[in-house]
Design a protein around this ligand. Structure first.
Ligand code: ATP
Ligand code: MG
Length: 512
């Protein structure tokens, strides 16, 4: 090891930790350490065991063997109460805030400050203001959490850990849901935290981020630590290789392809968000068979409401939606699905899966009442099993069996179940909203190639993504959405990243 004099203090050490779940060794003799004031990135493919390792440190699971050492003492962590007392805080992959509560109520939840029998909201608000100011978090303690953009909700989670005096903060895929600007702000906050002696474990699938912000990088695969490296000594290709154990092609292979007839037609569509603000204004476009039509835009410019209005999850306030010649405006999701839509929704846990159902049942969620899954009103378990087995293999869903509940899968593997189901159905139109969010580089490569295969078979694909690289790699035409409107439509080959970036930021558009 390196000489003791130059190495900063190790604040957390995981020594020989193993954790077995039914059929999966999620942590296999893991060694890991965190130095005071560092950002230590944790990388690994979907299901590698990153979240599990963090849950062990945070006390949500108990290790079968091995030690967790905090401040040079073996810690006995039986629950988050113990880890919080040791100065450990965690921001989870799927947020745990209560949307109808205020920031202050969420922050004090489980740690209520009481004065003469009632909650001392003023004292809590004052502390939140103080923390917010210290780290430039810009959080209003009285705001309702559900009204805040995702980036601010995440800061509330961070405030929650700091409110409890965390010295070690675990961030599990914090940037997956952030806009590029929000991610930049988060990195600034992370650096402010480390400058004040807080140590951070940072999980992400974005290799560029890791190389830009981490002091050290640990790569996991199949429950084991593969290596710990310095960013200066590695690059994206090498990290990808370490993660998945093979070479990953980081670009998409796509040939020119003739588009056919119009499949999706959107005319003058408007929609309101849950606060009743009109976030989609008079949007018109069409997508033809055999083309990928990408919608680029900074998150929060109406993409969510647009895709909900197209898929039956939200009532448009005006306009018309036609799929393969059929007027489906305002129809419920099942009618739209039956007209030939595959939908990869933005919020996988709310709209994509039933977490308490098995993978098998989730794989047939849209078709279970039809042949081959039902015959004469009777469910056909064999057909369901076969379908699940085939898709698990094709989409490389990491699970011990098809009987496992979707809620027990790792985040990325939950996403793979939805994508597998939706991209394997005989459809005319795919609406894919952030299809590769939370997926590892190897899985992204596969799903991109599946999307292109569908387009080559003549399916119309509407791709909504906050990742400009993904939009540029897959789309034949690109529309830019800004403040609820489509401000430009261009052929991908006639535009550049820079041009799209300008439109996304609201630069004036002539006629496109
Ligand atoms: N509560 C649980 N019960 C059973 N199995 C579980 C449970 N939690 C995790 N697993 C399994 O442990 C393995 C590791 O999962 P984990 O969530 O740690 O992966 P991850 O590296 O965080 O992946 P991702 O990048 O997809 O979030 C997976 O095979 C997962 O299915
Ligand atoms: Mg995870």
């Amino acid at each position: 090891m390196t000489e003791k004099t130059t190495t900063p203090k190790v604040i957390l050490e995981v020594k020989g930790v193993s954790k077995q779940f039914p059929g999966v060794l999620a942590s296999d003799n893991v060694n890991f350490d965190l130095r005071e004031g560092e950002i230590h990135a944790l990388l690994g493919e979907n299901g590698a065991g990153k979240s599990t390792l963090m849950n062990l440190i945070y006390g949500l699971h108990r290790p079968d063997k091995g030690d967790i050492i905090v401040n040079e003492k073996i810690a006995s962590i039986h629950s988050p109460n113990d880890s919080i007392a040791l100065g450990i805080g965690m921001v989870h992959q799927h947020f745990m805030l209560i949307p109808v509560f205020t920031v202050a109520e969420n922050v004090m939840l489980g740690d209520e400050t009481v004065k003469r029998g009632s909650l001392d909201r003023a004292a809590v608000a004052a502390r939140i203001n103080e923390i917010s100011k210290q780290y430039g978090l810009d959080i209003d303690p009285n705001a309702i959490v559900g009204d805040l953009p995702v980036g601010l909700q995440q800061r509330v989670e961070i405030v929650k850990t700091l409110y409890r005096h965390a010295k070690i903060v675990i961030l599990d895929e914090p940037t997956a849901v952030l806009t590029p600007q929000e991610a930049e702000d988060l990195f600034r906050i992370m650096h402010d935290l480390t400058a004040r002696g807080v140590s951070i474990i940072f999980i992400t699938h974005k290799l560029k981020e890791v190389l830009a912000v981490a002091d050290r990088i640990t790569v996991m695969r199949a429950g084991r630590v593969i290596n710990t490296v310095n960013p200066a000594e590695t690059d994206s290709a090498q990290l990808a290789n370490m993660m998945v154990g093979r070479q990953v092609i980081l670009t998409v292979d796509k040939q020119d392809h003739e588009a056919t007839e119009e499949i999706l037609k959107v005319e003058g569509l408007s929609a309101r968000d849950q606060r009743d603000l009109e976030t989609v204004h008079n949007v018109s476009f069409s997508v033809r068979g055999g083309e990928v039509f990408g919608i680029a835009g900074v998150q929060g410019n109406g993409q969510t409401e647009l895709s909900e209005a197209l898929t039956g999850l939200r009532h448009p306030t005006s306009g018309k939606v036609t799929i393969a010649g059929k007027d489906l405006t305002g129809k419920p999701p099942r009618s739209i699905t039956e007209a030939g839509l595959a939908h990869i929704p933005e919020d996988r846990q709310r709209h994509g899966l039933v977490l308490s159902y098995s993978i098998t049942d989730n794989m047939a969620l849209c078709d279970y009442y039809r042949p081959p899954f039902s015959q004469h009103g009777v469910i056909q378990p064999k057909a369901l099993d076969e379908n699940a087995r085939k898709l698990i293999q094709a989409f490389d869903v990491r699970t011990p069996s098809a009987f496992v509940n979707a809620g027990k899968l790792s985040g990325g593997n939950q996403q793979k179940v939805i994508v597998a189901r939706e991209l394997s159905r005989p459809v005319k139109l795919v609406i894919a909203n952030q299809p590769t969010r939370g997926l590892d580089v190897g899985s992204i490569e596969y799903i991109h190639s599946e999307i292109i295969k569908m387009r080559d078979r003549g399916v119309a694909v509407l791709l909504i993504s906050a990742e400009l690289d993904e939009i540029m790699a897959l789309s034949d035409r690109i529309a830019v959405m800004y403040r609820g409107q489509i401000v430009a439509v261009v052929e991908t080959k006639n535009t550049t990243r820079e041009q799209l970036g300008l439109w996304m930021a609201g630069a004036h558009v002539e006629t496109a």
